[in-house]
Design a binder for this molecule. Structure first.
Ligand code: DPM
Length: 364
């Protein structure tokens, strides 16, 4: 357990301006992985700057998901494994907040929890990381039959279609393991990972090519950090809400609403692209067959006003996110956009896209 703030704990009874007792110790739970620890430290540092009097502690837990890494498990189940032990700790008041990559959080959170903060999104795109021997090449110029490693069916589906001369193979484990296997073995010509994770772990230098949305659209929530808290813990909710990045909140609400609505109707790879410009939230959403041969893609827009003064504080959750300090109307509009886009894809036949060929290696 490392302590982020070793300031002397003040005597009880003294209340911070945001309702947190100065004597209260705030515990932040994290998984043991390198990315999880870096992301947790980042959030802890932000909180420390905003609330210098509050005593923060980081509690690192190993989770079942860190131990069992079965690539055959559908991603949604993996998400549950990855978060179960931390959820127990949060429920039992052993920790007060948990930092997650937004894209690893299920669209329906376990009862009693909410996402109390969504931090400014890092670059949400995916990047190619080359085996050192291929330096200077791109997915276009890699020789025919080169093997690309990825554990994401979303990436494989899109890239198979776009780069038919390449082969795609499923890889297991986490970012550090992927990179180690890439460099130390001769199995893969390259791997594809989120720019955000590479940047945060100080590996931006390994990015050789950033994939634009025409080549590969990103996963729902990719690049954003989410702070999960107990839905009833008003003091903590109020404290972390100052971390909300309004544009990211609205984009994530739209993306999560889109995914949640699709999950009810079909189970194929899903990808998105969202943007807020001139008070318009624009969203492109797509579904793919596992081999990428079939796909459906649509765009819709809605007007939002993320910076607008809060006339009516939002009192409901939007796809698991609580942002009372942001206008309810914009959050409602973002959620509606996601649902409407999913409905349109379902009406255009998203349900008919084959869900067979689940295993990447069989898909070609
Ligand atoms: C989810 C996926 C992956 C992670 C599936 C997808 C990628 C699989 C992998 C839901 N979670 O993207 O289609 O490469 O292991 C994950 C990463 C990050 C958060 C690593 C990555 C960092 C970036 C971020 C694993 N979760 O995608 O390269 O904060 O979004």
């Amino acid at each position: 357990m490392d302590s982020v703030n070793r300031n002397v704990v003040k005597k009880g009874g003294q209340t911070h301006k945001d309702g947190i007792e100065a004597s209260r110790v705030i515990r932040i739970g994290t998984r043991q992985s390198q990315l999880a620890r870096i992301q947790t430290n980042y959030v802890a540092e932000k909180l420390k700057t905003l609330y210098p009097d509050v005593h923060l502690e980081i509690v690192a837990l190993s989770t079942i998901g860190d131990i069992i890494q079965d690539p055959a498990l559908p991603k949604i189940e993996v998400k549950v494994l990855f978060t179960k032990d931390l959820d127990d700790a949060l429920k039992k008041n052993e920790v007060d907040l948990v930092v997650h990559s937004m894209k690893d959080l299920p669209t329906i959170l376990p009862t009693g929890f909410t996402i109390g903060a969504v931090l400014q999104r890092e670059n949400p795109l995916d990047a190619v990381v080359l085996h050192p021997k291929n330096a200077g090449l791109t997915l276009d110029t890699l020789p025919s039959e080169s093997v690309i490693g990825t554990s994401s069916v979303r990436r494989a589906a899109q890239l198979k279609k776009r780069f038919p001369h390449l082969k795609f193979k499923q890889i297991q484990g986490e970012l550090d393991i992927h990179l180690k296997n890439l460099d130390e073995k001769e199995d893969y010509a390259a791997i594809v990972q989120a720019v955000a994770g590479l940047k945060r772990t100080g590996r931006e230098g390994r990015v050789s090519q950033i994939l634009e949305p025409d080549d590969c659209m990103y996963a729902v929530g990719q690049g954003a950090l989410a702070v999960k808290v107990r839905a009833q813990d008003n003091d903590i909710l109020k404290m972390v809400s100052s971390l909300h990045h309004p544009d990211t909140v609205l984009r994530c609400i739209a993306e999560r609403a889109f995914l949640k609505h699709l999950e009810g109707g079909c189970s194929v790879p899903v990808a998105v692209h969202t943007e807020i410009k001139d008070l318009m939230l624009s969203m492109t959403g797509a579904v793919f067959s596992f081999d990428g041969a079939e796909s459906l893609k649509e765009n819709m827009q809605t007007s939002v006003d993320p910076g607008n003064q809060v006339k009516k504080p939002a009192d409901t959750q939007h796809v698991g996110i609580t942002a009372r300090n942001m206008p309810q109307s914009s959050q409602d509009a973002a959620e509606k956009l996601g649902v409407n886009l999913a409905t349109r894809l379902l009406s255009k036949g998203a349900m008919e896209i084959p869900t067979t060929a689940r295993l990447l290696n069989e898909a070609r």
